[in-house]
Write a protein that binds this ligand. Structure first.
Ligand code: CMP
Length: 137
């Protein structure tokens, strides 16, 4: 059984599509092991996206991620990481396949509705960033 981390970003939370996005996961064989709605601090967002610290979009990314609450979720299932990435679609919603979460709910590459871990190894680190093991069932 594999685990991955999903973040429903401030744009999608503000749009009121948390339920619709969580339904995509459950309807495609992923189990919600734990989920919570939280407001990230500047430090949280900078630390979570530290790998992008040198990229030109880093400050905009941090500003966007603290612009409102997010929903962080641990998804579980066979091939959970790749299934979640397939459900999300391309990072830039303009390139995302029809029927994916980003094609249906995202505006642009910054406000792109969801984040998902891009490897099983990163998933473990991202899950540990938000949840303790005893919170995950
Ligand atoms: P995410 O999967 O959350 O990981 C980093 C985020 O940076 C990405 O989604 C985008 O929302 C944002 N971003 C903004 N510009 C770029 C870019 N040029 N390339 C990749 N990610 C970008």
């Amino acid at each position: 059984m594999e685990r991955t981390l999903s973040i429903i970003k401030p744009d999608a939370v503000a749009k009121g599509v948390i339920g619709k996005i969580l339904d995509r996961f459950e309807s495609n064989g992923l189990r919600i092991a734990v989920t919570k709605k939280i407001q990230l601090s500047v430090g949280d967002a900078q630390a979570f996206y530290a790998v992008h610290a040198e990229r030109p979009f880093f400050n905009d990314l941090v500003d966007f991620m603290i612009s409102g609450p997010v929903v962080v979720t641990v998804l579980e299932g066979e091939n959970a990481m790749q299934i979640n990435r397939d459900l999300m679609g391309a990072t830039n919603p303009k390139e995302a396949q029809a029927g994916t979460i980003r094609a249906d709910f995202a505006q642009n590459i910054d406000a792109n509705a969801v984040h998902g871990s891009d490897s099983v190894e990163n998933a473990a680190n991202e899950i540990a960033f938000f949840f303790s093991e005893r919170e995950i069932s």
